[in-house]
Design a binder for this molecule. Sequence first.
Ligand code: UDP
Ligand code: MG
Length: 335
Amino acid sequence: MEPSVPRPDRETTGVTLELVIPMYNEEEALPRLLDELAKTFSPEARAAHRIDRVSCLFVDDGSRDRSVQIVRDAADSGLGMAILRLSRNFGHQAAVSAGIAHSTADLVAVMDADLQDPPACVLEMLKEWRAGYEIVNAQRRNRKEGPLKKLLYAGFYRLWSWLSPIAIQVDSGDFCLMSRRVVDELNKLPETLRFPRGLRSWVGFSQTAIQYDRPARSAGQSSYGWRALYRLATDGIASLSLRPLQLSQILALLYLLVSGVGIVALLSNAFRETDIRTQLNWMLVLILLGNGLILFCVYILGSYLGRAYLEVKGRPGYVVEERVIVAEPRGSKGP
Ligand code: UDP
Ligand code: MG
């Protein structure tokens, strides 16, 4: 999507940048991330990219290890550091949403804590923002995962895009850069079950993507098991699209049509020559097919109903226990 309005003023203006980083038991990965952030956003780099201030907003999603302490100890990295501590583990998407909701800078980038989203890409994204785009996605050209996971990720994004009524960027996760304009619109959305990468497409504005190779996790373990990935994928589909419900309606109509033809054939005695065992077998096939279809439609209906039930209760997606300012951001001229 082309930038809607060319913004020549963006070439020269200084900006404030905030990195929203969800973390859950990341004590092994954080030291390397903090090093990398300090290097990537050194005073020289900030001056070269006309970034007035950089701050990192770590969203602690109920870590039970030393993650919070490690960030607290990084007060003299030269970057602004704050921790938004959630009262328990609410999940990755809730943590990202919490960070976006509490961000204040002109530009907000979302990235994982395990260096799978290289901080240097944010500087590339910044160039696209300067070219006039409001949202810069990071599209994975390649990822370091097993072949099955790779296949499932690729399949999911294509299915999601096919089911979605709006254009979405395939192969891009939460890693992105957004302008304040976009962040404000995202924060106005009333829903509590949030899937930020989908909502980002929903709000519109001019979007583009940079390409990157997603490296393997720098240290520690992924907290996404198969069940969590399945939930993420289905949440993603349900949050943007009603097409699975329409699909179940089409399937129901098709079955009705087949049954109608069967009934007419029965009434017109079309099966009188057919062996009774063949007739029984066909009946069994139709009963099993019908039951399968009903269960499949109930499954689709249930997945929307369950989410609507949670949404209608109106509970917030997360609870903030405290916000800790570890270090104030410094200007681009450095300390
Ligand atoms: N994360 C989180 N809450 C959770 C699970 C994960 O905040 O309940 C964070 C995690 O610390 C990391 C990011 O979300 O910064 C992505 O998680 P992970 O690396 O485990 O997922 P993967 O990259 O394997 O999909
Ligand atoms: Mg990861």
